[in-house]
Design a protein around this ligand. Structure first.
Ligand code: AMP
Length: 286
């Protein structure tokens, strides 16, 4: 596996003429990321394509008070894992390579989508994500790019960016990988102590309760999500949002009108902010 640090080395690698599948990450890889690599590999296997991952902790998507400096950086271990999964190359540039001059040109996603939920609580986050992903797309020129459904809103934002900017890239969204107990795998789980890891299961448990109430009661969606939020708060979480939204545009869904839903949630346990979601589909047939 090639470990690429410079634009010149990257350009050499991408000029091979092979199809390319790309997995952008911030590193500190876990089984969730590695599953994306497996999916990427499969997506280009029939054409003997190449799989490339990137590892870059993108300062642009962190607010000043967030965990940019503290974010776990484990490049050596990450490279071993990627190699074991048959990744062909990893692009792991220093900041001076990706941002040699201040990044004053930015890709700003539409506020209707990017100011909701994560965007509301993390202003500028999706601009930072879109800007770095667009740059990586320009440098790597992948045929396929693979993202996790765990960051559901991010996946939607990227899908819209690719569509509206006519980027010739197929976006694949991969289901959230979880620990056996149901906790969504995340690099930020490293911040949790033993007791918090146990408590963290409550986030997915509440999403399951929401799904149950959506599917098996006639309660309105706002009551269902405020109950989930209340239950989390009572168990010591600081809840940013628990919202039942339409999969199509992430605006609030209504019972009787919307069938394809996703419950998005973000909450802090101690100092650690976790996000999770659950896709829920109602069928009209009884
Ligand atoms: P990150 O390194 O956190 O920026 O994540 C890189 C990619 O991995 C994003 O597309 C995430 O959505 C995806 N990802 C992170 N955790 C998981 C998970 N538990 N299951 C599936 N994909 C994930």
């Amino acid at each position: 596996m090639k470990i690429i640090k410079t634009i010149a080395e990257l350009e050499h690698f991408v000029q091979s003429g092979h199809k390319k599948a790309f997995v952008p990450t911030m590193g500190n890889l876990h089984a969730g990321h590695l599953h994306l690599v497996d999916v990427a590999k499969k997506s280009v296997a029939s054409s003997d394509g190449l799989t490339i991952a990137s590892i870059f902790v993108n300062r642009l998507q962190f607010a000043p008070h967030e965990d940019f400096d503290q974010y776990p950086r484990t490049l050596e271990q990450d490279c071993q894992l990627l190699k074991a999964h048959g990744c062909d190359a990893v692009f792991a540039p220093d900041e001076s390579v990706l941002y040699p001059t201040p990044q004053t040109f930015k890709v700003i996603p539409p506020s209707e989508l990017a100011n909701l939920w994560e965007g509301h609580f993390r202003p500028g986050f999706f601009t930072g994500v879109c800007t770095v992903v667009a740059k990586l797309f320009c440098m790597i020129r992948p045929d396929v790019a693979v993202f996790g459904r765990k960051d559901y809103q991010q996946l939607k934002v990227i899908e819209q960016m690719v569509q509206q900017l006519n980027m010739p890239i197929q976006i694949i969204g991969v289901p959230t990988q979880r620990s056996e107990s149901g906790l969504a795998l995340s690099s930020r789980n490293n911040y949790l102590n033993a007791q918090e890891i146990h408590q963290a299961l409550e986030l997915q448990a509440q999403l399951q309760t929401v799904a149950h109430d959506v599917l098996h009661t006639t309660l309105d969606f706002a009551s269902i999500t405020s109950e989930a939020s209340r239950a989390l708060t009572q168990k010591g979480w600081q809840v940013d949002y628990v919202s039942l939204v339409k999969q199509s545009d992430l605006t609030l869904a209504q019972r009787g009108q919307d069938l394809n839903l996703v419950c998005l949630a973000a909450a802090k346990l101690g100092k650690t902010r976790l996000i999770d979601n659950l896709e829920i589909s109602l069928t009209t047939s009884k």
